[in-house]
Design a protein around this ligand. Structure first.
Ligand code: GZL
Ligand code: ZN
Length: 341
């Protein structure tokens, strides 16, 4: 605890020094979304530096909201929040700034799995615990991070495959040729690696399932529409679209509708989506999306549990999986009204 107090004194004096220096400046100093400065008497606050990937999707926005509501001053935290705007180099810069400000904890969602060994070694050398949120890192030395909080992405992918297998059997199409296209998210991210691995593992059990193409649409609506358009030109018989997040799904639906085709429970093309955001669940309810595999963005409480465990001098687990479900027309009504995102 003493070390934290010492770090905190240095942090407050450096933050105050910077502010004194800049107090004459005009622009609002908060473009990095950081909260107001902590006043000297609040050195009981736990300082958490958070590097968020960006705001590429509805899911990401909900994930950010969960972090900001958890790490509030009322809850005993001083949050320094940085939005990396989809760039790994901005995340590395943010982590280095957290290290120089000697925060108590670093939390971040790594946009891709590779390229973190050096900066995580610097955090370890500075004695600052790192908690990974949502996505994971591929590092030689697993001690470079304390814990990871997120989804079992491979299981999410398997759930999509198992749903499709059950659905086709129900429709009496169990041994029909099925042509599948996949819209993948950000290349090299944990969510894409897991969802692809999981779905492919089920597809491998169905020799009449043809995965025609897996295109990178970077988790955005615009890229989802662009890649779906290309695939509609290329393939005259697409039976299933697997879209690895709702934002890409919205783009794909636009492209399919503009091509004069239909989707969903009564449509020509089966649509499987991931994230289960409210706006997508409304399309599940309307029968436009067949199934949505939930990916739970509300990870703030899980991350806080790790921090509180460590504050109590106990050892945190290495990984914490968040609760997730699968939504179809049959069960979507049970959650849609009180969905906060
Ligand atoms: C999943 C997360 C993904 C979401 C996308 O945990 O990494 O990133 O599925 C988001 O919506 O962009
Ligand atoms: Zn077909």
């Amino acid at each position: 605890m003493k070390q934290r107090a010492k770090r905190k004194f240095r942090l407050i004096s450096s933050v105050l020094a910077v502010l004194l220096l800049l107090s004459g400046c005009g622009p609002d100093f908060k473009e990095d979304n950081s909260q107001d400065t902590v006043t000297p008497k609040d050195d009981s606050l736990i300082v958490v530096g958070v590097s968020q990937i960006g705001s590429e999707s509805v899911w990401r926005t909900a994930n950010t909201a969960s972090i900001q509501s958890t790490f509030s001053k009322e809850n005993g935290y001083f949050l320094i929040f940085d939005n990396a705007r989809q760039k790994q180099e901005n995340q590395i810069k943010a982590l280095r700034s957290f290290i120089s400000q000697q925060v108590d904890y670093i939390v971040f969602s790594p946009i891709v799995e590779d390229g973190w060994d050096t900066v995580l070694q610097e955090a370890k050398d500075a004695g600052i615990p790192v908690i990974l949120m949502d996505r994971n890192v591929n590092v030689k030395d697993e001690s470079l991070y304390t814990a990871w909080v997120g989804s079992d992405f491979t299981e999410e992918g398997r759930r999509a495959g198992r749903w499709l297998s059950g659905h086709l059997a129900e429709e009496g199409r169990g041994d029909e040729e099925v042509n599948i296209v996949v819209l993948q998210g950000t290349n090299g991210s944990t969510s894409v690696i897991g969802r692809t691995k999981g779905f492919d593992s089920v597809a491998a059990q169905h020799d009449r399932w043809n995965i025609l193409e897996q295109a990178d649409a970077d988790f955005t609506t615009a890229k989802g529409k662009e890649e779906m358009n290309k695939m509609l030109q290329k393939y005259e018989d697409i039976d299933v679209v697997v879209s690895q997040n709702d934002d890409m799904t919205f783009g794909a639906l636009e492209a399919i509708q503009e091509a004069g085709m239909t989707t969903g429970t009564e449509g020509e093309i089966i649509v499987i989506s991931f994230d289960a955001t409210k706006s997508a669940l409304e399309k599940v309810e309307e029968g436009i999306i067949n199934v949505d595999i939930e990916c739970n963005p509300e990870q703030g409480a899980y991350i806080e549990k790790v921090i509180r465990t460590m504050e109590n001098g106990e050892r945190a687990d290495k990984e914490y999986f968040v609760e997730e479900k699968v939504f179809t027309k049959k069960n979507v009504d049970s959650v849609i009204d009180d969905r906060s995102y």
